[in-house]
Design a protein around this ligand. Structure first.
Ligand code: HSE
Length: 332
């Protein structure tokens, strides 16, 4: 049986769920795949977090150095969130010969070309299924779709927190702040809710999807972005009375040889599938030149689905290495 050493960068809500997933599913995965997963390190500012996640004290580190120097670590799982130091740590991990798996849409969307190029130069995996749509197999689907198709449009609900808030306001008449607090309690929201409610999180995710579709890095500052804080309870109730809903829609359209990207709250009529996507669920419609329109739907936020995608990526990293890297024009 092969043992795969994992180092976890960040032991917050998602990082702890990765440890829990390995504990719960490790034996089953081991039997089926012939691979034992071993979480060797947990990087966190406070040792207590590492211990609370169920890891031993010897696994706790506040520095990345022992992880980079440990020859038994083959996969670094980045679950810190935020641009830095996450982006630098991922680059250094790849340079040290580790595969990298991440849920971090901000660092990835801003440093996509550089990270993909580093992974390719070092012949290592860089996998990010968990970064968009949590447990929805979006990246796996995109890899399959893009083998033959060209994607002409991406349109969807990619932020669970705002979708949860809008649903609670529409269906339960909840006040904005109460709905946000509930989303935070359920582990959907980012540590700083601004990223969710102002549409940054959706813009990062749209940038990643559009970069894959375009085959070139389209950074998040190319997204015309507006969040949900300006949406009034009246607009939400009025939309409901008309049989539709206000939704935060992320859309990327290929037009005149380029891509237009926007994130904004819009009225979605009841005849549109997206109007019926509730709570923390996400749905992404891909319009393709050969297969037509495909909608991928499922839990887009929450510790368990995100951790499931991360652990699945760990196994893919070991099995396929650099073979799953996206092929970017100009960058790799
Ligand atoms: N804060 C994010 C969301 C988490 O609510 O969708 C999942 O990426």
């Amino acid at each position: 049986m092969e043992t795969v050493g994992i180092a976890l960068l960040g032991v917050g809500t998602v990082g702890s769920a990765v440890v829990e997933t390995v504990l719960r599913k490790g034996a089953e995965i081991g039997q089926r795949e012939g691979i034992t997963l071993e979480v060797r390190w947990g990087l966190a500012r406070r040792v207590e977090r590492v211990l609370a996640a169920g890891l031993p004290e010897r696994a706790a580190t506040t520095s990345i150095e022992p992880i980079l120097e440990d020859p038994l670590v083959s996969v670094v799982v980045e679950a810190m969130g935020g641009e830095e130091p996450a982006a630098t740590y991922m680059k250094r991990a790849l340079e040290a010969g580790k595969h990298v798996v991440t849920a971090n849409k901000e660092a990835l969307s801003k440093h996509f070309a550089e990270l993909v190029a580093t992974a390719r130069a070092r012949n290592r995996a860089l996998l990010f299924e968990a970064s968009v749509g949590a447990g929805i197999p979006l990246m796996a689907s995109l890899r399959q779709i893009l083998t033959v198709n060209r994607i002409e449009r991406i349109r969807g609900i990619v932020n669970g927190t705002t979708n949860f808030i809008l649903t609670m306001m529409a269906e339960e008449g909840m006040a904005y702040h109460d709905a946000l607090r509930e989303a935070q309690r359920l582990g959907y929201a980012e540590p700083d809710p601004t990223a969710d409610v102002e549409g940054y999180d959706a813009a990062y995710k749209l940038s990643i999807l559009a970069s894959l579709a375009a085959g070139t890095h389209i950074p998040p500052d190319r997204v015309d972005r507006r969040g949900i804080t300006s949406v009034t309870p009246d607009q939400i109730l009025d939309a409901r009375a008309r049989g539709g809903a206000v939704k935060l829609i992320a859309e990327a359209v290929a037009r005149n040889g380029g891509w237009e990207l926007r994130v904004q709250p819009v009225f979605v009529p009841g005849s549109d599938l997206l109007a019926h996507v509730r709570r923390n669920l996400n749905a992404i419609e891909l319009t393709c030149d050969r297969v037509g329109s495909i909608v991928l739907y499922g839990p887009g936020a929450g510790p368990a689905p995100t951790a499931a995608a991360l652990v699945a990526d760990v196994l893919d990293a070991v099995r396929f290495g650099a073979a799953l890297l996206p092929k970017l024009k100009g960058a790799s």
